[in-house]
Design a protein around this ligand. Structure first.
Ligand code: SF4
Length: 349
């Protein structure tokens, strides 16, 4: 089969103990059946420790967290005891994959790294070129069913969207304006996508028609809606409240922000491409191309407004680490909760 990855994928390497965050803190990791069977058979002192720290009282077993919400297998140096005692091959599926994500479409597999991880976020944010994609043949079989034509046509729409972001002239139109146009065309793109008229989908993208999504779905309303979703970190609710309180100032400061950081165009284009790549192809399975497009536009705008908030708080400056923090916060709170993404899709419908 063929593997499609963003060009930065090969550069990703987990920072392990050097990470300021740690994805092994605060999450109860589910263990797949195969790994659980292997863990049950481990003997000796480590086998005892291993099995004492797995909760098997639920449908799906998971690694217990300690009183500080750390995975029980995280040692004092923030290294995973399963790796240090048994080797990387013994990680369960989720730990082995994270923060990578993958999706199967017949003979194609898409794979990337999630924005919730600080190293992945750094690679995406520090990329000074618009993301491109690589296709490589891999030695893997898939039994996932997929209509070849639908995949090919969805890929064409994906390429059109990324090219639109790649070739837009910032002197003529900012990335935010391009994204807004894309959101406005989303309803019509969905209409023609459902009719399998892909030629018209492409035409619509460059000639947006239809009702203005922003009339009924304003950004301030979106922020209000985000406040109603399940919130994991108090930092997120503080950020959302500050955006609401300072919205007028943030709107006014957007131009100064873009002027101070001309690289914004590439940064937000790459964040948009990350979301489009991750979510758009699901349309091949469920026929919904509208939701991932408008979700991308609102997600990028939210992350940008978190950045403008930081820019204003700092007296008109922001560093890469702060941008990473903001992108990570959005990703953890929204993207990594299927319920939250679904709720947003429904809100945007
Ligand atoms: S957040 Fe990323 S870099 Fe940090 S430990 Fe997790 S995977 Fe590694």
């Amino acid at each position: 089969m063929f593997l499609i990855t963003p060009d930065y994928y090969v550069d990703f390497k987990c920072k392990a103990s050097a990470c300021t965050d740690n994805c092994c803190i605060g999450w109860e990791i589910d263990i797949d059946e195969y790994s659980d069977a292997v863990y049950s058979s481990v003997e000796g002192e480590f086998g005892e420790f291993l099995n004492d720290h797995i909760d098997r009282n639920t449908d799906v077993p998971f690694f217990k967290l300690d009183k500080n919400e750390r995975c029980s297998f995280l040692d004092e140096n923030n290294l995973c005891r399963i790796i240090t005692n048994m080797g990387e091959d013994y990680l369960c599926d989720i730990c082995h994959m994270h923060p990578r994500f993958c999706n199967y479409f017949g003979e194609f597999k898409t794979m990337g790294v999630g924005l919730c991880c600080e190293e992945a976020a750094r690679i995406i944010i520090e990329n000074d070129e618009i993301t491109s994609f690589e296709i490589n043949k891999i030695d893997e079989e898939s039994d996932e069913d997929c209509d070849k034509d639908t995949f090919e046509n969805t890929t064409n729409i994906f390429n059109e969207l990324t090219d639109y972001l790649r070739y837009c002239n910032p002197d003529f139109m900012s990335i935010q304006e391009v994204l807004d146009e894309i959101a406005i065309s989303a309803e019509a793109v969905q209409y023609y996508y459902s009719k399998q008229d892909y030629k018209e989908c492409k035409h619509i993208l460059y000639n947006p028609v239809g009702s203005d999504i922003f009339e009924n779905h304003t950004f301030p309303d979106f922020v209000e809606f985000l406040k109603t979703l399940e919130i994991m970190d108090n930092k997120w609710s503080v950020t959302l409240n500050s955006i609401t309180e300072k919205l007028d100032t943030l709107n006014k400061e957007e131009t100064a922000f873009d002027k101070a950081y001309p690289e914004n165009n590439i940064i937000y284009a790459n964040i948009a491409i990350y979301f489009i790549f991750r979510y758009l192809f699901n349309a091949v399975h469920n026929g919904d191309i509208y939701s991932p497009i408008v979700f991308t536009v609102f997600a990028v705008k939210t992350i940008k407004f978190c950045d403008i908030l930081t820019f204003v708080k700092n007296g008109r400056s922001i560093c890469v680490e702060e941008r990473i923090e903001n992108a990570k916060l959005f990703s953890k709170e929204i993207e990594y909760s299927t319920e939250n993404v679904e709720a947003i899709y429904n809100w945007l419908a």
